[in-house]
Design a protein around this ligand. Sequence first.
Ligand SMILES: Cc1ncc(COP(=O)(O)O)c(C=O)c1O
Length: 410
Amino acid sequence: MNDQTKIEEAGFVPASRIAAIGVSKILQIGARASARKKEGLPVIILGAGEPDFDTPDNVKAAAKAAIDKGDTKYTALDGTPELKKAISEKFRRENGVDYAIDEVTVATGAKQILFNAFMATVNPGDEVIIPTPYWTSYSDIVEICGGVPVLIPCDAEAGFRLKAEQLEKAITPKTRWVLFNSPSNPSGAAYSEADYRPLLDVLLRHPHVWLMVDDMYEHIVYDGFKFVTPVAIEPRLKSRALTINGVSKAYAMTGWRIGYAGGPKALIKAMAVIQSQATSCPSSVSQAASVEALNGPQDFLKDRQASFKHRRDLVVSALNAIPGLACRTPEGAFYTFSGCAGMIGKTTPKGKRIEADSDFTDYLLEDANVAVVPGSAFGLSPYFRISYATSEAELTEALKRIAEACARLS
Ligand SMILES: Cc1ncc(COP(=O)(O)O)c(C=O)c1O
């Protein structure tokens, strides 16, 4: 039972646009894990979607200065001129893409950028192609906006990446968008220029399809992987592409709620119409902080990357040492998405048969007090996601418990 059913029981009928959408599985697992923790059980939660670092001091200082200066009022609808300038410069400096100030928009997190974009463009029945596994919000937002998510499975053998033939086959006259997320939440897989090229060629042949890219984890890549954004590879797609990014993950600013995007002027204007009736503008103080995040020193990113890489290696090798699990080494982000096909069909010490990845993750929570998220929450089974944005000590203990719990299955 999710919260929505509880609401209905109390005599409240929600609008049909959210009827099919339950409370996120990730939040449900988080709630169960927290409840067990409150009972005094030693639960380790490997579900966090945010870095365990602090927001840099120079960014905090910029926010404090903004408050003292009186930057505490409504700002321009979709971003202050200072922040839009910093974003435009960031796109040029880091991505080699020219977005003019009026081709940039700022919102309350990249999540609101996605919302604004789909609300502004998707008509009932319009299709949005989403490679799977996908960040859960994508399909829910598309559905709330009346669209149809077209989910294309991309398994570990495919490197969790969409192939050109799959994209070509999925495109119909109703396709409005295709959405790429590299590096990906939940798989950590990333598209190199060579991976993107054939996909962009397909899009060149289908001018009615728009390209949305979520580059949120751009700064968290390993082993010299060269991050690239599609519009930099194929500028001919720029007039029908939305390049989304934000400060949440790179600068450990999830609570500040600032996301941004570059796109064609007409789309940016349409997105502002939605925002004008939703939030009026992003937080003034957070925007001032984000100017400093983008314009200030960037050298700390390397250290954080190294720390995440160390933890990635620890998790991947521990998972691959467990018979029945198979974990691909991710190129970026702070998640592993490990296959657990070898656990399906096994029986727990309490006699319960593991039929699906969600049974396996339930077992890990109940038997080993480790909370991870099943692949089914991201549209691809049988897998499970670990977020390694937590201390090395907790990761080591959690992986020891997972190994022991797996050994207890028969
Ligand atoms: C792939 C991806 N895109 C976007 C977001 C949203 O970020 P924001 O905090 O800017 O809303 C997340 C957050 O988990 C994410 O994983």
